[in-house]
Ligand binder design. Sequence first.
Ligand code: PMP
Length: 453
Amino acid sequence: MNASSLAESGHVIPSVHNPHEHQRRGTTVLESAKGVFLRDANGNTLLDAFSGLWCVNVGYGQDSIVKVATEQLARLPYATNYFGFGSEPSIRLAERLIELAPKSLQRVYFGLGGSDAVDSALRFITHYYNAIGLPGKKHIIALERGYHGSSSTGSGLTALTSFHRNFDVPLKTQHHIPSPYPYRNAHAGDDAAIIAGSVSALEAAVQALGRDQVAAFICEPVQGSGGVIVPPKGWLKAMRDACTRLGILFVADEVITAFGRTGPLFACEHEGVEPDIMIVAKGLTAGYAPMSAVMLSERIYQGMADGCAPGAVIGHGQTYSAHPVSAAIGLEVLRLYTEGGLLANGKARAPEFAAGLDDLLAHPLVGDSRHIGMLGALELVTDKATKAKFDPELKLHERLFKAAYDNKIVFRAFNDDILGFAPALSYTESEMALLFERLRKTLDQVLGQAEVR
Ligand code: PMP
């Protein structure tokens, strides 16, 4: 197949797409990548300011990862972890994760990606409460603007209408309370009031449903796909503590935020939060192979174990759970973050990243800049005083995406005028400067369009 027939081929169903638009636009075929640059089949070299899909935290083409993956493929490309088998890389990776993760977490179930990990967590929660004799506890509370994947159950916790429409979710047991969303919160500017608002919304939801009916609260420490919403300092800890008081589990979905994305290895570390369950994926293998992990407290695992009669099994598993090649990659990726200096490099770049975003607050299109570590967003508005959004008919996100491509930079243009950024932790100072040079050019070009002005 030549380049244009690849681009026009319609057999792959893309993730989250408009079928008509996709048919018209075709596919931008990515061919190769090195460092933080992607090369497409049209011969463009694009600066990746989004780490693929907030996952390639270590940059592309890390030779040491290729080496361990190749060696593992040659040594043992697959090992089941059914009927008592396992592999050295997956056992060592679990050990390492438990060593590094908040102390509350003691057991690891490996999955393939964030969505199936969320589903595994939900199955474990159901199993746990049934096993310990609290079968009424079935309701799960999540946040508006939250994202928890697109599995048949987890998609109901995701709070994006396109993930619900025609999919028959949310389920009756799935609920959403308002996102803290500092920029558009009624208490904007008053962090304590924003935090108190979230806590009382959770308390009210639990009270309305009944404590004995609610299993868990799940949230991202920083909401990603909902528009990179950084809650006020102290919010996560307040929600954790509220869950303890209310007798429900606290589940941290760190699929985006883990592995240095917000600074420390896990975002929970900012506030010393110890979740009952933590879900990670993306940065775990930095996108070099599919893998996720659900980390559980000993209490949850033991609850399930105690409820398992001799001769019975906990019927949850996947052919590729604890895949040895992914696990070997995960171990090397963890080494790159820690001994390899990438966490430190991400922390060194973060102030430049923050300053670059904040400088753009002076741009006529930009209403809000928010960031934590190497995760950030700009929110575009037509009027900074009223925070008015653009007319959806303008399709601002498409204009931005196109202008960005022309300027050879890739970031996430959400369809509600929010631009998301997640540069790799391996960015150099000059690459960070290039990001803002190209981003500013892109914003200026879009501002220059007659329909937008
Ligand atoms: N949870 C969160 C917080 C996510 O950001 C994502 C993916 N963006 C998922 C779950 C689902 O992960 P995946 O796309 O790997 O299934």
